[in-house]
Design a protein around this ligand. Structure first.
Ligand SMILES: C[S@@+](CC[C@H](N)C(=O)[O-])C[C@H]1O[C@@H](n2cnc3c(N)ncnc32)[C@H](O)[C@@H]1O
Length: 189
């Protein structure tokens, strides 16, 4: 039996992975009523907060693991994915073997044109300030890793989009020397 599709037809669809309390999802959905926004979040309490915040026709919360849910979308069906400060288990260099297959699924589900926006951070193991050389090396590794999955970089910037405000982002922005953030827009090559 084929798996049920959960994407409504004939709309643009943006999916936020690990959306936390839904602040960013709500702000984006409010500005863009023609697009359906789906937030996926594992944590029940965060989902409850998001649901009480998102009183919108075009924003939906799914509680569960994005690792289970994303593979259920049809291939080439999603206009955009957003991941803001994913947990280290989904971006850390040392755990790459664990998360690689998940982003391959993201790649498969993304439309062409469509973009996967990743906002992620680098810190020093001893929580010392992170120098530019270390950030450059890390950025090269990140870009190469996603290139190997079939993504290419459409845009790469230091910092996070000014219009995004989330619990973690607002906290991390307060320590810019020790927490270096980059934003990368990946597209299918
Ligand atoms: C560091 S927080 C960032 C939250 C939010 N994006 C923000 O910027 O405030 C990572 C979030 O991802 C969620 N998460 C971790 N693994 C997940 C998974 N497999 N599926 C869905 N959500 C997950 C966590 O519960 C947490 O809310």
């Amino acid at each position: 039996m084929s798996k049920p599709f959960i994407v409504p037809p004939h709309t643009r669809t943006i999916v936020e992975l690990g959306m936390g309390d839904g602040r960013v999802l709500g702000a984006l959905a409010e500005k863009d009523p023609e697009t359906v926004y789906i937030g996926i979040e594992l944590d029940e309490a965060q989902c409850a907060q998001a649901r009480s915040r998102l009183n919108l026709q075009n924003a939906f919360v799914i509680q569960g693991s994005f690792g289970d849910i994303v593979p259920r979308f049809p291939d080439d069906s999603i206009d955009g994915f957003i991941a803001i400060l994913p947990d280290q288990s989904f971006i850390d260099e040392k755990k790459e073997g664990q998360w690689h297959p998940f982003y391959e699924a993201v790649h498969a589900k993304l439309k062409r044109p469509g973009a996967f926006r990743l906002v992620t951070e680098m810190t020093d193991e001893l929580l010392q300030p992170v120098g530019d050389d270390a950030v450059d090396l890390w950025t090269v590794w990140l870009v190469e890793t996603f290139r190997s999955m079939g993504f290419r970089v459409a845009e790469l910037k230091e910092g996070s989009p000014a219009e995004y405000s989330s619990r973690c982002l607002d906290q991390f922005r307060g320590d810019p020397e020790r927490i270096r953030i980059i934003t990368v827009d990946f597209v299918k090559s």
